[in-house]
Design a protein around this ligand. Structure first.
Ligand code: ARG
Ligand code: ASP
Length: 655
């Protein structure tokens, strides 16, 4: 008995404590972590990170657009984010005569800055635990889940309405944390006149392209520069020439001291989504079914696109953005699947669940893990059908265009779509049982006899395309989505208990809520890693590496001539470009400020390493690394490439 207990304790100790540097913490609760941060080198206080009474670092960080982060770097509203976050806006300003994507863009004074309709940035005014208010009037014995949800909505709506009374661009949201065990109110102020100030040419801002994406060593100058404008009262205003640069409560000082292995860093930004506390069955499904199948389908689609893009410059431009977005997740899933297997995440979780179940016997958590396993068994085949629809038939452009009556031929190349039709319809048909397909599909399949013949008809005849499109989309939204949604709701309900159970089971562990695009702090240190046996990756890359990769014949590695010339002048060999650290980040953290122990800007986060992309599900301190642009490379490009170093006048530099 004693032996078993001891064994369990050792195993428990090995698995349970939060692994070093894991976590995305709520700024308002950072006082719970500040001791650990300071022990690791942080020089400031919790109030410096988040305060509602005085200007703090949170006032220099924004949600940029709908899914990135940006940071204020001057008292005149100047903002840094990633090139890939500003990409669509840079693209919209580009034409054949002014190709800012290709050549870069540099405003040489404020009147040259370009407005971007639709682009907003959000500052967090305050965040607050509102669990008690949200659940006010809840009577567990008397209310079912539906009544509970209705009550939560009513209470939340009232909270939000009260929070934005002042107007002036205020927005509010109430977010469930820990699967609804806690509720937080977030109040933002949203600015909507945001202008483009500068962007490097894509051969710098997207250097390495898809080849280097999610990879180290990395040499991408992934930044762009914007400025926030406000009305005379410094409040949000629609675009107007008379608007003035926004005066932030706080802007970041820029450190030119650089970083080295072991230095403390933290990332302040808006991570989008993680699932760190899910059941082994959910992980097993991702690793064995979802990731491999989606990867295979996208390999096919990317192959088709690439074949045509390689044959024609025009097609390459048409499909470059589509290709990038399909390739981004495709590559991430490969790293994730490998990482999950290598880390034996499924068996480790299974073992954890076994110990949890033993502990939970006789408590209100008894049977929770079994219930989750059963629910996943019921959900997974349906969910697989859901994912197949989304990755196959719903990606056929012809079927989407005929549905929306929008025929955007500018970025459309029919031969790609025709081949894709045959490949995706065939994959859909072969992978799914007929019960998941609309009757129309089964009838027509018999009628045409081959996908080729069906394709010819769909591409020749709008009515034929429309009928197929309607059949597939309607079946998806009426027969596939509703049961998936219902099962997911049931699953989340059980997670509310399982999450609370895990927190009691491991009462020593400091849990952080899964990412949900709300502002978080992640901290760690600059560190290299060992991707495979016998290889060690240093955490800092330099301009030397760009020159090593330079190749005019390879699109992703063809650097601008000006960079070759600068390098040839000498003295820039050791110019730092990117660096690695152990900060726990995810999608949405792109553009986040990377700060040093004194809270000064040393980098801009933009990616993670391939071997560590499973960090959305499980974080391994040995191998999970975020990739940041070294702020000194940004300064170098502004000055040497853009000749826009007049911008330095409004920045504050420290060493
Ligand atoms: N992998 C980075 C992030 O998810 C950068 C993506 C943009 N760059 C690209 N080459 N597609 O999302
Ligand atoms: N590149 C991601 C982003 O766009 C960041 C990441 O997934 O690490 O937010």
């Amino acid at each position: 008995m004693k032996k078993i207990f001891l064994f369990a304790a050792i195993l428990g100790a090995a698995l349970q404590p939060l692994k070093a540097d894991e976590g995305m913490w709520l700024p308002a609760l950072i006082s719970q972590r500040i001791g650990d941060m300071q022990a690791k080198g942080f020089q400031l206080t919790a109030e410096d990170i988040y305060s509602v009474n005085q200007a703090s670092l949170k006032d220099a960080v924004v949600l940029f657009g709908s899914g990135c982060t940006g940071e204020l770097v001057s008292d005149a509203g100047l903002l840094f984010t990633n090139h890939h976050c500003g990409y669509s806006f840079i693209q919209r300003h580009s034409s054949v005569e002014h190709d800012y994507l290709k050549d870069g863009f540099w405003a040489m004074n404020r009147s040259q800055e370009l407005p971007n309709p639709g682009l907003t940035v959000r500052f967090l005014e305050r965040m607050e635990d509102v669990t008690a208010t949200v659940l006010k009037g809840y009577k567990p014995a008397k209310m079912d889940e539906e009544q509970r949800q209705a009550l939560i909505k009513k209470n939340s709506d009232k909270l939000k309405a009260d929070a934005v009374k002042e107007g002036n661009g205020l927005k509010a949201s109430v977010e469930a944390l820990y699967y609804g065990n806690q509720y937080f109110l977030f109040v933002f102020r949203e600015y909507r006149d945001v202008r483009l100030v500068g962007a490097p040419p894509s051969s710098i801002g997207k250097f390495g392209g898809e080849t280097d994406n999610w990879m180290w060593p990395r040499h991408t100058g992934d930044f762009s520069i914007f400025r926030i404008y406000a009305g005379q009262d410094n409040m949000p205003a629609d675009y107007n020439e008379a608007n003035v640069p926004y005066r932030p409560k706080k802007s970041l000082k820029i450190s030119r001291a650089g970083v080295k292995e072991g230095d403390f860093t933290f990332v302040y930004g808006c991570p989008g989504s993680t699932q760190e506390y899910i059941h082994s069955e959910a992980v097993r499904y991702i690793q064995d079914v979802s990731d491999p199948e989606k990867i295979a389908l996208r390999t096919t689609r990317l192959g088709l696109m690439k074949k045509h893009m390689d044959q024609s410059q025009a097609v390459r431009i048409q499909y470059s953005s589509k290709f990038a977005s399909v390739a981004n997740a495709w590559k991430k899933w490969q790293g994730e699947e490998k990482g999950l297997r290598k880390n034996k995440v499924v068996p480790v979780k299974q073992d954890y669940e076994k110990r949890f179940a033993e502990w939970a016997a006789g408590t209100r958590y008894e049977g929770v893990t079994d219930r989750l396993a059963q629910l996943y068994a019921a959900r997974n085949p349906l969910y697989r059908a859901y994912e197949y629809y989304r990755e196959t038939v719903l990606t056929i452009e012809r079927l989407q265009m005929v549905r929306s009556n929008r025929f955007n031929t500018k970025d459309y190349y029919r031969p790609i779509d025709e081949e894709s039709f045959v490949a995706m319809m065939t994959a859909f048909d072969q992978a799914l049982e007929d019960i998941y397909k609309p009757p129309y599909f089964l009838d027509k399949r018999a009628q045409y006899g081959s996908m080729e013949a069906w394709k010819d008809a769909v591409f020749a005849d709008d009515n034929e395309a429309k009928a197929l499109s309607d059949a597939l989309n309607n079946h998806f939204s009426t027969a596939i989505v509703p049961p998936v949604t219902e099962l997911n709701q049931s699953i989340n309900l059980v997670y509310r208990d399982y999450m609370q159970g895990q927190m009691e089971f491991e009462n020593e562990r400091n849990f952080y809520p899964d990412a949900n695009l709300t502002l978080r702090v992640a901290y760690g240190k600059v560190a290299g890693y060992r991707p495979v046996d016998a290889v060690w990756y240093n955490p800092v890359s330099t301009l030397r590496g760009i020159i090593e990769k330079d190749n005019p014949d390879i699109f992703d590695y063809n650097i601008p001539q000006v960079l070759r010339d600068i390098y040839a002048r000498g003295g820039f060999e050791d110019q730092p470009v990117c660096f690695l650290a152990t900060n726990h980040t995810t999608g949405g953290n792109s553009g986040s400020p990377v700060l040093n122990a004194d809270g000064n800007l040393v980098g801009i986060n933009f990616d993670r390493v391939w071997e560590g992309t499973m960090s959305d599900l499980v974080y391994d301190p040995e191998i999970c690394r975020n990739i940041s642009l070294d702020v000194r490379y940004l300064l170098f490009v502004i000055k040497e490439v853009g000749h826009a170093d007049y911008l330095f006048d409004e920045m504050v530099f420290v060493d």
